[in-house]
Ligand binder design. Structure first.
Ligand SMILES: [Ca+2]
Length: 357
């Protein structure tokens, strides 16, 4: 069983790496040269990839604040120094977003860069990117068991830093956190460490299935972790968790495979399904048409066209989702941007909206 889980991990991580390296090639901003694993053994390096002591804040577990006036260059926040936030451009009047990336991510890489651009196109925000690339990068995957726990401890320290700040305090209830892949589970773990209050919202972008295959709520992202938990599924059952786990779960194009994701290799196809979730969410921030999703209890009912939601049953998936949304929703997208297909209109059921056009 353990061996099977390890192999599943190897396959998954390899698949993710295809997509990560592709994304990085497409993005002109690069952090540092990448060291590629040469063998499966390299994926399980047992030594630590970050230097001790394992205390927060850690030099390789950092928080960068971006605002509209500091879009190009983030301000490093020191959670041990109140002056750091006081002297920054953080504005308590603006909505605060905390973004946690997945495997191989970083503040200067897509999708962090694209997400910031989309928010600042819309308006004023405090966007804090959790930059912990070296904890979730091969060949450091031996750390995958404890790295999410360590990351979540440090993020809860950030949340409490904002909560109790003498000049620029923001309660957790007013914070929207967004986590992609393993980052979604890290945000779920944060809930276990916050002593007072609760995060306002966690948006989970295709939470990864690795190491989180049980029904243990304290490990998985679930609806108890924030006042409102919405989850988008695009690679469910393969690299992503099937769910439903949130207050509202969205299965995009059925939830497990995405249009435009047929690639030469199975690895590329799987990772494409998993990573497609971020462009969908990012588009939702400024989309005029919107990703209107209809309620349907399960995939079977959806596939055979049993679900015929009323106009008023539809909700907008993504950034502008109503916090009253509850249950399981389905939505179809276009294969290429713009992905959103708008409101389906009258006299239709969910499946009558032909996907992939
Ligand atoms: Ca949980």
């Amino acid at each position: 069983m353990v061996a099977n889980a390890e192999w599943l991990l190897v396959i998954g991580i390899t698949a993710l790496q295809f997509s990560v390296s592709r994304t990085q090639r497409e993005n002109s901003v690069r952090d540092e040269p990448e060291k590629r694993p040469q063998s499966v053994r390299d994926l399980f390096k047992t030594g630590s990839c970050i230097p001790p002591p394992y205390r927060c804040p850690h030099p390789q577990m950092q928080f960068y604040l971006y605002t509209r006036t500091t879009q190009e260059k983030g301000e490093l926040l020191n959670t041990l120094d109140n002056e750091s936030l006081t002297n920054s451009k953080f504005n308590t009047k603006h909505p605060t977003k905390v973004v946690v990336h997945g495997f191989g991510g970083g503040r200067n890489l897509s999708p962090s860069t694209d997400m910031r651009k989309a928010y600042f196109t819309r308006g004023n925000y405090n966007i804090i990117i959790v930059d912990y690339g070296s904890l979730v990068k091969e060949p450091c995957l031996g750390q995958i068991e404890w790295a999410p726990r360590f990351a979540s401890l440090c993020i809860s320290q950030l949340i409490e830093y904002l909560q109790y700040h003498p000049v620029k305090a923001v309660p957790p209830e007013r914070i929207h956190t967004i986590g992609y892949s393993v980052g979604a589970h890290i945000l779920g773990l944060v809930a276990n460490h916050i002593s007072e209050g609760k995060l306002g919202r966690i948006t989970g972008l295709d939470p990864t299935i690795f190491f989180y295959m049980g029904n243990n709520r304290s490990r998985d992202l679930d609806y108890t972790d924030a006042l409102f938990v919405d989850i988008l599924h695009t690679g469910a059952g393969i690299l992503g968790q099937w769910g439903p786990n949130g207050h509202a779960d969205f299965y995009v194009n059925g939830g497990s495979s995405q249009p435009g994701c047929a690639h030469d290799t199975i690895f590329q196809t799987l990772s494409c399904d998993h990573t497609k979730v971020t462009p969908y969410f990012i588009e939702s921030i400024n989309s005029r048409d919107g990703f209107w999703a209809g309620p349907c209890p399960n995939l079977f009912s959806y596939l055979i066209g049993w679900c015929e939601p009323k106009d008023t049953d539809y909700v907008l998936m993504g950034e502008h989702l109503t916090p009253n949304a509850r249950g399981v929703f389905y939505v179809t997208t276009n294969a290429k941007p713009p992905y959103a297909r708008g409101f389906p209109g009258k006299t239709r059921n969910l499946r009558s909206i032909r996907p992939y056009s």
